[in-house]
Design a protein. Structure first.
Length: 240
């Protein structure tokens, strides 16, 4: 969704609330949390997170009555807090010399050393090295391995909340950066579960298909709790 950020279309990001690695992940998972009826945002030791109510709070089970205030646990927000600046990793490639940078990549290219550039797949429409077409397709590298010094996208968090995935509004679905494949009085949004670029006028349905293409079929149906991170694009921080 880097292209959506570059266009200014994406200002929200939803991510699953998950247990932390280690002991917490041994007794809780996404489906366990989906059964929790409610939660609230709070800080513990200066870290932002969400306290979840126990799935059986206020009910009577075989072993007795579960207190209405019984907690399930506190789950840390891995994305920081309001005011924090996030840096975005992208799929990238190394270009040696300006001749290896295609025209559409030049605007976003980052020079990391003299005559050495990092170019980004989000900018590129040219899969072939312009200087050496005989080399074949460019060797794109995963975003995980992008050098921090090459970062060009910085996002300041303006709001963090937790909500049910299915509670997303049409306005928020559009703010997730879903692709508009036909602009008209009533825009048509992409359906991501189809190879052909067929569309829908329902932005929530478009986002549902995007979500399932990333998180797997059926993940929408369990209606999990998600972090909703709102952000604005900002310039590179001075201390970065």
């Amino acid at each position: 969704m880097v292209q959506a950020i570059l266009r200014g279309d994406k200002t929200h990001d939803r991510r699953l609330v998950k247990p932390a690695n280690g002991l917490q992940s041994k007794w809780a998972d996404v489906e366990t949390l989906a059964r929790c009826p409610s939660n609230y945002i709070c800080e513990i030791n200066g870290k932002l997170g969400a306290q979840f109510q126990h799935p059986h709070a206020g009910t009577t089970q075989e072993y007795g009555k579960v207190d209405v205030m019984s907690p399930c646990g506190w789950f840390k927000c891995p994305y920081g807090a309001v005011g924090d600046v996030l840096w975005v990793r992208e799929t990238w490639a190394l270009a040696v010399g300006k001749d290896e940078v295609s025209p559409d990549e030049k605007k976003g290219a980052v020079e990391i050393q003299e005559d050495r550039y990092i170019v980004f797949k989000a900018d590129s429409t040219c899969e072939i090295n312009p200087l050496h077409p005989e080399w074949g397709k460019k060797l794109w590298k995963p975003s995980l391995y992008m050098p921090k010094s090459a970062c060009r996208l910085f996002l300041r968090i303006t709001d963090i909340r937790v909500e049910r995935l299915n509670d997303i509004s049409e306005e928020d679905a559009v703010a997730e950066g879903i692709e508009i494949i036909h602009s008209s009085e009533v825009p048509v949004f992409r359906k991501y579960n189809l190879k052909e670029k067929l569309g829908t006028t329902n932005p929530v349905l478009s986002f549902q298909t995007l979500w399932e293409s990333i998180n797997g079929k059926g993940c929408w149906d369990i209606n999990p709790w998600v972090w909703v991170v709102s952000f604005v694009r900002v310039d590179k921080p001075e201390n970065f």
